[in-house]
Write a protein that binds this ligand. Structure first.
Ligand code: ADP
Length: 510
């Protein structure tokens, strides 16, 4: 029997690694997933075992392939948790330390000092030299200070790095190096979207920035080559878990992969992911828009060395996690899905607003001293109203980010593509259309991150021939349109802005 051609997507996330095989229609054929350990040696520190991640990657590829023996992989695409750092010895392939995860706060104090260093001062919305160079903020979120920490704290690491024995990579780089043979000639490369999250890449030149490397004390010799996102990096080397000779031809950080998987290839197109947090990206084309409103500037993807399409990015800490909090802390719902049932019973929030600023407010406010608040309570309010207000908070926070994006890009957004676990909630999607005053478009296939990696990989090898064919693969499930008048919408939103003010600066002066 003839095999069926497919593209293999490897999705290496914060909690698990997944492999999905897609056929030429972009339909998932099979998938396999495996979790890895979260290592928390101290409060606020988060690590992963890089060897375990590599082991999981081999396993999920082998298991997925075994479920569909007639599928013939024509290309392999990688998407990954961004910002997480691995440093390893190129002669032995052994990591010198656990991978330091994006969530890890160990370099917070260094970042606080850095912000006050002459020449590097940063305004409350993040403006300053780091923003100009990298599109990012001085924050322990990004890779640069995590890499510095390893060099400064692992005995001998700095000298070994200077001698050229150590390599640095984000998770994509670690996987590409291992997949292409590791110590036996592995390719040391990354794509622009991953490189852009390190604090080390100049966002306009799309090259490593000498001044950033100098400041953080990072030898250039340990850095990977920066390549386009849709590009043949190399071929899989002989391995017991997969065939040799599969081109690795797509690499994208997870949020950029979701934008790509939503076929947001044109300037002005937006996707919002509703998972634990919310991640919105707006394609700004070849415009590297500098945000005055608390957003990050980031490459969306690159098809050609030295150029890229840019995006503005806004992240919100508490998205679906707000619903988890209702379930696990207040215990007023049993499952996340129940939130829809109760919201439908309530029909509105009974005049209440709920701001879930549990760990401060991220974009566009960046107020780490904000804390959660519930306002507008009367004796009329019931648990159903609070659940309704919690769902609305997801939509209002999205609108806040959208407003910032429209100001920064001067683009009027009329349609937003959505993905992530919480988009299964129809009531939430309708609220979003009402509160933001735009069409909310939900795709049939919601695993857009893996799909984006597959699209990028398939495009590079001619499995799919153009953006046109990828656009044709993307299938709409449902469009939610606003049922509110502009006046009704603004009255509701005004209440939200008042509630936000109550939550802000709660910890200041303590
Ligand atoms: P992540 O990738 O960040 O783990 P997912 O995309 O899997 O997140 O989405 C899970 C999140 O979505 C959880 O925070 C959960 O509370 C929320 N969620 C899932 N289903 C619903 C629902 N029907 N209504 C509201 N929130 C939901």
């Amino acid at each position: 029997m003839m095999g069926k051609d497919c593209v293999l997507a490897l999705d290496q996330g914060t909690t698990s690694t997944r492999c999905i095989l897609f056929d030429e229609k972009g339909t998932p054929v099979v998938s396999h997933q495996q979790e890895h350990a979260q290592i928390c040696p101290r409060p606020g520190w988060v690590e992963h075992d890089a060897n375990e991640i590599w082991f999981c990657a081999q396993n999920v590829i082998r298991e997925a392939a075994a479920k569909s023996p007639s599928s013939r992989p024509m290309a392999l695409g990688i998407t990954n948790q961004r910002e997480t750092v691995v440093v390893w010895d190129k002669n032995t392939g052994e990591p010198v330390y656990n991978a330091i995860v994006w969530q890890c706060a160990r370099t917070q104090d260094f970042c606080a000092e850095w912000q006050n260093t002459k020449g590097w001062e940063q305004s409350s919305t993040g403006s300053g030299k780091v923003k100009d160079k990298t599109g990012l903020l001085i924050s322990n979120y990004f890779s640069g200070t995590k890499l510095k920490w390893i060099l400064d704290n692992v005995p001998g690491a700095k000298d070994r790095a200077k001698r050229g024995d150590l390599l640095f990579g984000t998770i994509d780089t670690w996987l590409v190096w291992n997949l292409t043979g590791g110590v036996r000639g592995g390719i040391h490369a990354t794509d622009v979207t991953n490189a852009s999250r390190t604090l080390l890449m100049n966002i306009r030149a799309l090259e490593w920035d000498e001044e950033m490397l100098d400041f953080l004390g990072i030898p250039a010799s340990m850095l990977p080559r920066i390549e386009p996102s849709s590009h043949v990096y190399g071929e899989t080397a002989k391995n017991v878990s997969f065939e040799a000779g599969i081109p690795i031809s797509g690499v994208l950080g997870d949020q950029q992969a979701a934008l790509f998987g939503q076929a947001c290839f044109d300037q002005g197109m937006v996707k919002n992911t509703y998972g634990t947090g919310l991640f919105m990206l707006l394609n700004t084309g070849d415009v590297c828009a500098s945000s005055q409103n608390g957003l990050l500037t980031t490459p969306a993807y690159s098809l050609k060395k030295g150029s890229c399409v840019y995006a503005l990015e806004g992240s919100v800490a508490m998205g679906g996690a707000t619903i988890q909090w209702l379930r696990d802390n207040l215990r007023i719902i049993d499952t996340a899905e129940d939130s829809e049932y109760f919201a439908n019973k309530a029909k509105d929030s009974g005049g209440t607003y709920f701001v879930p600023a549990f760990s401060g407010l991220f974009a566009p406010y960046w107020d780490m001293g904000a804390r959660g608040t519930l306002v507008g309570l009367t004796r009329y309010a019931r648990k159903e109203h609070l659940i309704y207000a919690a769902l609305e908070s997801i939509c209002y926070q999205t609108r806040d980010v959208l407003e910032a994006m429209q100001k920064d890009s001067r683009v009027k957004v009329s349609e937003m593509k959505v993905d992530g676990g919480a988009v299964a909630n129809d009531t939430l999607m309708q609220m979003q259309a009402d509160i933001a005053g735009l069409s909310v478009v939900r795709p049939m296939f919601r695993e857009t991150t893996a799909l984006g990696a597959a699209y990028a990989a398939g495009l590079a090898v001619g499995f799919w021939d153009s953006f046109e064919s990828l656009r044709a693969l993307w299938k709409k499930d449902r469009v939610f349109s606003s049922a509110l008048t502009p006046e009704e919408r603004e009255i509701k939103y005004k209440g939200w802005r008042k509630a936000i003010e109550k939550s802000r600066d709660w910890l200041s002066g303590e």
